[in-house]
Design a protein around this ligand. Structure first.
Ligand code: EPZ
Length: 407
């Protein structure tokens, strides 16, 4: 199975392209609904967006940019559109961006983004659900900001705003996720001056220009982890993932080793052979390099099949458990306690109709369906298509039986 380019790393690269004074080509961009949505958001500014789907290459040319607005009807579809605030502040010294909504599992605040922009010298005001961000005299001075908690999105947005500031900026307790590292490394190849990449302290010397050029998206670590778990929970699996980067999984790999599967790792492939039994392995999510919150639903699904009791705790999003009632419908024994679920296995799952609520919950229900007896119908799979490229083709190629039916 080939791993696609990362959704959560591609979106920041797309926003970063607005900072350049010419066309930027991004490689390994996955063909996903969220990418199409963000293309529309970017095109709203007058920026030219060309997407070569076969090549998975996106070219963004901001030279004709003449508007600095990201409208509600697009931002509400994909909250990462909020990255337009940092990009437009950095590129044009002005941004009018709709506040993003919440999501399926609860509030998704942006207070750190706004406090951070102010720390860099921006004037921020709210107007009818929109954030108006202005740089005095058209260019941010730069400044220092310590974020609590560490936030991927806020780190991305502040890097985008800071790279073309007049002076130096320092971001402390910055996120270290591979998505952020990939953004900073790519921006540096286009002339940005970011140091401390991959550490909690990013120091950014403002530069006058970000050059045109080609930047490279990184493989999707969440898709990688998802398929590793899918392989581990299906008896008799022997799956090799290609075009991937195990190092981006952080501590997930060590946790995964506790499953006693066959695991062979090279610099771009990961081979997983399922074990005879799934031991109960409890996990707690944390910021990188801890266990990713985007993999907790998938792990909980596997633990329903494990022979024993385990817990899954989410410290990033305490409410990210909307998949639990759906797993219970399939016959799992899962009990929610605040930001933790207690899972008693092994359960024999039986196929049923279940409802997707968000991207990672939906893929967990597909995985549960693969392990269940009989047929499972997963509804609202538009959630799935936001973040997984041709999921059923990839899984069917390794023995699954999934077909897409019109709802
Ligand atoms: C990114 O969201 C990802 N989205 C999420 O993936 C991922 O779950 C999340 O990081 C955590 O890893 C994209 O990259 C597009 P955060 P983001 O800001 O940036 C709190 C998926 O499935 N917070 O790191 O929004 C927040 O409430 C998606 O692909 C504030 O309090 O996440 C949370 O508890 C879902 N104030 C914590 O920080 C703020 O201003 C981490 O959130 C911002 C965040």
């Amino acid at each position: 199975m080939t791993i696609s380019g990362s959704k959560n790393a591609a979106l920041p690269l797309m926003a970063a392209a607005l900072l350049a004074d010419g066309p930027v080509t991004i490689t390994n961009v996955p063909v996903l609904n969220d990418i199409f949505t963000f293309n529309k958001v970017i095109a709203e500014t007058g920026t030219e967006v060309t997407y070569d789907r076969d090549q998975r290459e996106l070219t963004i040319d901001p030279t004709q940019m003449d508007s600095y607005v990201a409208p509600y009807d697009l931002v509400r579809k994909m909250r990462a559109s909020f990255y337009m605030t940092g990009a437009l502040l950095g590129a044009a010294g002005y941004a009018r961006v709709s506040l993003p909504g919440g999501c399926a599992w609860g509030p998704r605040p942006v207070n750190l983004h706004l406090e951070g922009f102010r720390a860099l010298g921006a004037e921020i005001e709210m107007d009818g659900g929109y954030v108006i961000a202005k740089a005095p005299n058209g260019r941010l001075p730069g400044g220092s900001f310590t974020m609590t908690p560490s936030s991927v999105g806020a780190t991305v947005n502040l890097v985008l705003a800071a790279v073309r500031a007049k002076g130096r900026s320092v971001i402390r307790n910055a996120a270290m996720e591979p998505d952020v590292v990939n953004l900073c490394e790519n921006l540096n190849t286009l002339g940005a001056r970011i140091s401390g990449v991959g550490t909690p302290v990013l120091t950014i010397e403002g530069t006058d220009r970000i050059q045109p050029g080609t930047i490279n998206n990184t493989p999707d670590r969440i898709e990688t982890g998802t398929f590793m778990i899918a392989a581990a929970l299906l008896p008799g699996s022997d799956v090799t993932l290609t075009n991937t980067l195990e190092r981006d999984l952080g501590s997930f790999t060590d946790t995964f080793r506790k499953l006693n599967t066959g695991l062979e790792i090279t610099d771009s492939t990961i081979r997983v052979r399922s074990a005879d039994r799934i031991p109960p392995v409890s996990i707690q999510t944390a910021i990188y390099p801890g266990f990713p919150t985007d993999l907790q639903a998938q792990w909980a699904t596997m633990m329903a099949l494990a022979d024993g009791k385990s817990t899954v705790t989410d410290h990033i999003y305490p409410d990210r458990f909307s998949y639990v009632p759906e797993l219970v419908r399939l016959g799992a024994d899962v009990e929610r306690r605040d930001n933790m679920v207690v899972i008693k296995g092994p359960s024999v799952l039986k196929g049923a109709s279940v409802m997707s609520t968000d991207l990672r919950a939906s893929v967990s229900l597909v995985m549960a369906g693969l392990a269940a007896e009989g047929e499972t119908e997963v509804l609202r799979v538009y959630h799935l298509d936001r973040g997984y490229e041709t999921l059923e083709d990839k899984l069917n190629a390794v023995g699954a039986q999934i077909r897409r039916v019109s709802e």
